[in-house]
Design a protein around this ligand. Sequence first.
Ligand code: LER
Ligand code: MN
Length: 281
Amino acid sequence: MKFGVNAFIWTANFGPSDIPLLPLLRERGFDGVEIPVFRAAGYPAAQIRKGLEEHGLECTVCSVIPNGLSLISEDADVRRRTIAHLRESIEAVAEVGADLFGGPLYSPVGYLPGRRRTADEWQWAVEGWRELGSTLAATGVRVALEPLNRFETYFLNTAADGAALCEAIGHPNVGLLVDTFHANIEEKNIASAYRTAGRHLLHVHTCENDRGTPGSGHVEWDAVFQALRELNYDGWLTIESFGFALGEISAAASIWRDLAPTPESIAFEGVEFLKRNMARA
Ligand code: LER
Ligand code: MN
């Protein structure tokens, strides 16, 4: 098991100038950091990779589909451009030295057309990720598709639907990211959601129900840790929270108040909680 934290706690877009943060993350017990790749063009992958290596940290990468693109658009040209965008993103993920690319990589966060998803949209997501399979195989990158809560997407809300999507895609490098924050809203039982994800589970976002410090709210952590042990899950437990006043990023995550004394206390107290309690499970 590896312990990670999303850089969104400190910065809206992790870059070379944020490398001085890394020794502190290592000192406080993290094995790695989750960083965003929003746009592959001009992404300083080599510089960031060097910084990570120098400080003995690994990384995972997250992203979202930019507004204007969508893998499930009815416009074939938009789908084609989204596949091209994701292909370049996967290549940037490999260049920065990561092998795990996670997020709601189907349609933009917050895109809610006011109806249920259609069979066509489902099929376009399947075809899109099948088409990207060759890039995943060539780079060794695994993609972890993330169900989000109903206020952020209509397309994929539960681990059961996520597992069905992975089955339909049928590529060994495509799996699921299950985030306790979203599961707390959508699932009857969070631990059961991890069991439902089962062999498709590639990545875990460990977030408290209010995006505050893991262990400070009502997520049933012991049951979650037990489920992960039963699955022999050996991937990342990554704390995902957000700075309280980071402009667009805080707004995208609907952070409208302080969730802890400081954003970084979510990381540092959270990782102590996760390590202590995961070890006991
Ligand atoms: C991304 O990992 C996530 O959980 C989303 O809620 C961010 O908008
Ligand atoms: Mn998440």
